[in-house]
Design a protein around this ligand. Structure first.
Ligand code: GLN
Length: 475
């Protein structure tokens, strides 16, 4: 099957009768089956997706189909979908079935998108390689000995390997952008509060964002427009009007002011070919008439520690609800209530999640609260202020999305700090709350994709789309 390159192409395709939604879903289901070894899906909703496709085909014939008619979407296993399993790739949620549908998923369905399945991820979205899932690792489709990135690895691979048009993932510290970079596709983390978190399994609530994976900017823009905006179930969602994001893609003549992180071009931790790819883009942008200048971000060394202190603190509190009483798994043969809690959590959570809960509980404990938690909150505010200052002078900040291309399976599993360094560039946007996108930016000498990250000011996703198209046209 040749996948249409844009949603604008997708529509005539479906409307002129060349291919029906039912045929498209059938093709995606065949790809899912033939690429089962990648372990991208935890559940495939085959019959249901086909039933829905028939319904959408009928609506298209009658002229009553919605904005996303026929778009085939996969959802990360942290998004609730009524009467479907939801486990955050964890044993502790064994057998749990969602009682309601996440707002973002509901809005897709209202516009006639088709949900094809639930996708593998790191347990509770904690990780950068998709190796901490209770259902085993996801493999990168370009090289099966390498990771797809994480935590939304299954969602990235599903789009990369044509198992669906679009995936919804979650990005707390880079979990959409980092796997998008490792898989050579677009990955967007919108502004914090742009999309309702209702129905998203909580990890670090002040960082968590639903994000979108796609092979095209046009589809991504349309999907964001549908899922963004106020929601009575999440009071933290912004009331700001949601623009018609596709309009931004019409004009590519604008000249921008762009800052790049000077550090990224010199740091030893960054792979040489990634630095080279960034340099090439900088030169091309300058040649295209844009203003591009290097900046030093004074607080850069504090970004990763700030993130890991605050995200683990929030996680330890959010995950306290999994106690064997209210959800999923409960340990058998326990003596009393205390031992039931302890055994359930010890058996139900994997190693990485336990490490995060311990870290988070430590930084919130009475003796260390001020030294770590309070201090990190203050540093977070300073990071946000500095970021906003930079974004007052420049339209965008560009950097690599990741310091390296996709690494080998098991390469960093015994060294959590090495794993955390995979988030070196991506956590910044979450700490500051601003939107960022990973744009495909060529390949290294092994043929592994490189991602370029673009960060914009609060609520300027339209600018991100517009500038991403400029970058796409440079290629
Ligand atoms: N890798 C980061 C972490 O483990 C980010 C995860 C995410 O964005 N969900 O916290």
């Amino acid at each position: 099957m040749s996948t249409p390159s844009t949603l604008a192409d997708l529509h005539p395709y479906l409307y002129n009768g060349t291919q029906s939604c039912t045929e498209r879903v059938t093709c995606f289901l065949q790809n899912i089956e033939s690429k089962k070894h990648l372990n991208a899906f935890l559940s495939v909703f085959s019959n249901e997706a086909l039933d829905r496709a028939r319904l959408v085909d009928e609506k298209i014939k009658q002229g009553t189909a919605g904005k996303l008619a026929g778009l085939v979407v996969g959802i990360k296993d942290v998004l609730a979908y009524e009467n479907h399993p939801l486990q955050a790739s964890s044993k502790i949620l064994d057998g749990f079935i969602s009682k309601y549908t996440a707002t973002a998923v509901e809005r897709l369905l209202n516009e006639d998108a088709i949900i094809i399945g639930r996708q593998n991820c790191d347990e509770f979205a904690m990780g950068s390689s998709n190796e901490s899932s209770a259902f085993g690792p996801v493999l990168n489709d370009i090289d099966n000995t390498r990771v797809p990135g994480g935590s939304s690895g299954g969602s990235a691979v599903a789009v990369m390997a044509d198992m669906c048009d679009v995936s919804l993932g979650s990005d707390t510290g880079g979990s959409v952008r980092q796997p998008a970079a490792f898989c050579g596709i677009y990955g967007l983390k919108p502004t914090y509060s742009r999309i309702s978190r209702h129905g998203l399994v909580a990890y670090g609530s002040s960082f968590d964002c639903i994000g979108v994976f796609s092979k095209t900017l046009e589809t991504m823009a349309r999907v964001l427009e549908v899922i963004a905006g106020p929601d009575e179930f999440d009071s933290t969602v912004s009331r700001k009007a949601v623009p018609h994001f596709e309009d931004a893609l019409q004009d590519t003549s604008k000249k921008f002011r762009i800052a790049y992180l000077e550090d990224a071009l010199h740091a030893d931790a960054v792979q040489a070919e990634i630095k080279e790819a960034l340099k090439i883009k900088i030169d091309q942008l300058k040649a295209g008439g844009h203003t591009v200048e290097g900046i030093d971000f004074a607080l850069s060394e504090y970004i990763l520690p700030t993130y890991y202190i605050l995200a683990t603190a929030e996680a330890s509190s959010n995950l306290s609800r999994y106690d064997g009483v209210r959800y999923g798994y409960r340990s058998a043969n326990t003596r009393d209530l205390q031992s039931m809690y302890k055994k359930t959590r010890a058996e139900g959570f994997g190693k990485e999640v336990q490490r995060r809960i311990l870290l988070g509980t430590f930084v919130l404990s009475a003796s260390y609260y001020d030294a770590y938690y309070t201090k990190a909150q203050k540093v977070r505010r300073l990071i946000r202020e500095q970021t906003k200052q930079a974004l007052a002078r420049y339209d965008f900040i560009i950097s690599p999305t990741t310091p390296t291309t996709a690494f080998k399976i098991s390469e960093h599993t015994n060294n959590p700090v090495e794993m955390y360094l995979a988030d070196l560039f991506s956590v910044h946007a979450n700490v500051a709350g601003v939107p960022a996108i990973s744009v495909p930016c060529g390949f290294d000498s092994r043929g592994l994709p490189i991602g370029l990250q673009v960060t914009a000011n609060d609520f300027d996703e339209a600018g991100l789309f517009q500038f991403s198209k400029v970058i796409r046209n440079l290629a």
